[in-house]
Design a protein around this ligand. Structure first.
Ligand code: NAP
Ligand code: G4F
Length: 342
């Protein structure tokens, strides 16, 4: 990078949890950041509003573009006009339970969206480095610990779509020499996590119950084991993958394991409550096929990228509960459990 020509990154999924943290990281590093935003009738840019400045402002380095991963020609135009040095493909229909309700749409975005973007890079003759947001859901039924050599056995339309994207990323690396890397990220959370993922659903409920605004929390399978890390640390690993001397695939995880029940205990315990007094079972939150246990071995990322996790699950639960309590004080009650199956 030099003073006149900043590095340019294109982020799909910039309005999501990871997209927002990655944008902060890249702007801090001096990048010009281009983000792909879906047009919607209400604004969907809450997570990046604090970073946005009017594009007419001299030196503005965050630029947003309307586009969709289902629109191949738009992706070609964007790659061609932006000429990014790095492309981070974070966009996806990312909810596992929802993928059973919307399997075809999930395949179209989470799976085929990746080939559309890779083809756009190829068609534009771009030498951009490419990051694919692969997932520990690809391991599915294969027991832990899981690393880069572990066979995939997806258990949902989402997991199957991510397996397709993983392999097509590898194929473009081998077939066309694209610098294309897969980050196989285990669950990572934050106060910006979507409301219907289990950690955030729990910490929002804890804040509301502690404030006397809610009396019950309906949940599904409490026995599932997950390896929950902290999202701001995980986007650092994404960036490091594209600075590495060669494209490769890396597991990013904490190597620790907790059940959903453990996360309930930690979160309710933080406000001095016993989760058993509030949590009720609702089968609508079960999945037709479940991923029982995910625990990642991040040794390769540690050795080759110098990446290690610092925030582990107990501290993560505390960060999220405190953030939801603070948010509740500011905004009052806006939580509506509208999407009943998520
Ligand atoms: P997220 O919060 O659900 O964000 C998903 C992003 O994708 C949003 O910006 C969303 O836009 C966008 N998007 C969805 N469909 C799209 C489409 N058709 N065209 C363009 N954009 C579309 O997800 P996240 O937690 O940040 O995760 C980022 C990526 O990592 C995802 O690919 C996810 O599958 C993967 N991943 C996540 C985890 C995790 O634990 N968080 C672990 C492994 C892998 P809207 O804001 O308009 O909805
Ligand atoms: O928070 P979750 O919905 O995340 P899940 O299914 O593990 O997927 C997340 O992590 C993946 C990486 O492994 C990502 F690729 C994916 O995009 C997403 O970010 O559910 C976690 C566990 C599941 O076993 C689920 O059955 O929590 C269990 N659970 C129990 N009750 C619940 C609930 N999950 C949700 N969302 N809501 C419940 O009421």
């Amino acid at each position: 990078m030099n003073n006149t020509q900043p590095m340019r990154a294109l982020i799909t999924g910039i309005t999501g949890q990871d997209g927002s943290y990655l944008t902060e990281l890249l702007l801090e590093k001096g990048y010009e950041v281009h983000g792909l935003v879906r047009r919607s009738s209400t604004f969907n840019t809450d997570r990046i509003d604090h970073l946005y400045v009017d594009p007419h402002t001299p030196g503005a380095r965050l630029k947003l573009h309307f586009a969709d991963l289902t629109d191949a020609s738009r992706l070609v135009t964007l790659i061609d006009t932006i000429q990014p040095h790095e492309v981070y493909n974070l966009a996806a229909q990312s909810h596992v339970r929802v993928s059973f309700d919307e399997p075809e749409y999930t395949g179209d975005t989470t799976g085929l969206g990746t080939i559309r973007l890779l083809e756009a890079i190829r068609a534009a003759g771009s030498d951009a480095r490419f990051y694919q947001a692969s997932s520990s859901e690809m391991f599915g039924a294969t027991p832990p610990p899981q690393n880069e050599e572990t066979p995939f056995y997806p258990r949902s339309p989402y997991g199957a779509a991510k397996v397709y994207s993983y392999w097509i990323t590898k194929n473009y690396r081998e077939a066309y020499g694209v610098f294309a890397s897969n980050g196989i990220l285990f669950n990572h959370e934050s106060p910006r996590r979507g409301d219907t993922f289990v950690t955030r659903k729990i910490t929002r409920a804890v804040a509301r119950i502690a404030a006397g605004q809610q009396s019950e929390l309906f949940m599904g399978n409490l026995d599932a084991v997950r390896d929950w890390g902290y999202a701001p640390e995980y986007v650092e690993a994404m960036w490091r993958m594209l600075q590495h001397d060669e494209p490769d695939d890396f597991v990013v995880a904490t190597g620790t394991s907790y059940t959903v029940r453990d996360f309930l205990e930690l979160s309710f315990g933080h406000v001095g409550l016993d989760y058993r007094d509030y949590v009720r079972f609702d089968e609508r939150y079960l999945r037709p096929t479940e991923v029982d246990a995910l625990i990642g071995d991040f040794g390769k990322a540690q050795d080759r990228l110098g990446w290690t996790p610092k925030v582990l699950t107990p501290r993560l639960a505390q960060i999220m509960v405190e953030a939801d309590q603070a948010a509740l004080e500011v905004e009052g009650s806006r939580y509506v459990d509208a999407v009943q199956t998520a």
